[in-house]
Design a protein around this ligand. Sequence first.
Ligand code: ZN
Length: 233
Amino acid sequence: MTVAADLFALQETDHALDAAVARLEEVESQLGESEELTSARNWLEAASENVRRLKSIQSDLEFEADDVRAKVGTVEARLYSGEVTDSRELSDLDADLKSLKKNLQTREDAFLASLEQTEEGEAVASQAQSILSEIEARWQAAQSHLVAEKAGLEPEIERLRAIRGEQSGAADRASLSLYDLLRDRRDGSAVATVERGMCQGCRITLPRNIIQKARNPAALVQCVSCERILVFV
Ligand SMILES: [Zn+2]
């Protein structure tokens, strides 16, 4: 014969089982790459890509400056070689040289500005790298905790299921159906304790005759308000 105390014990197993299953689901949902980690990784990738782009611009500007510098050298060499005596040609060479030097200055300025941009880009990439490393270390530690917790929860759930199997196997069919029905209807709790004359499931003060009936350990008496099975513990 199933008594309220047996169903109360079954409920305690069910509550422990519900909590363990819910926690396992939560743990499993947290296993794997986190959004924080993915976005830190994406940030580093974008910052590194930016550095590559800036370096390529820098190297183009350097090449262009070198090219103009070589031309300046050539024109200067010719101008000061003493081989050119024609005043028209000398004046043309001088004008060329001025224009080339101006051009060189512009290119050197652009190169220096690009050098500065590359340095700034590298600082951002290095910041992104250190933030990623921090997040990765924290994530890895959290993951190993979760893996260990999962490894503990799985056998615990098996153990509780076995206990539940024994407890529900020992209960009679009618009591078990009532229990399942109420558990379903009352948010997982089919049995309520009685304390100071009150149903602890819905907090109403129970009629005296119901309390008297519920005191009989062999009877399954339900609360008049929430219908939960009443038990004295
Ligand atoms: Zn109640």
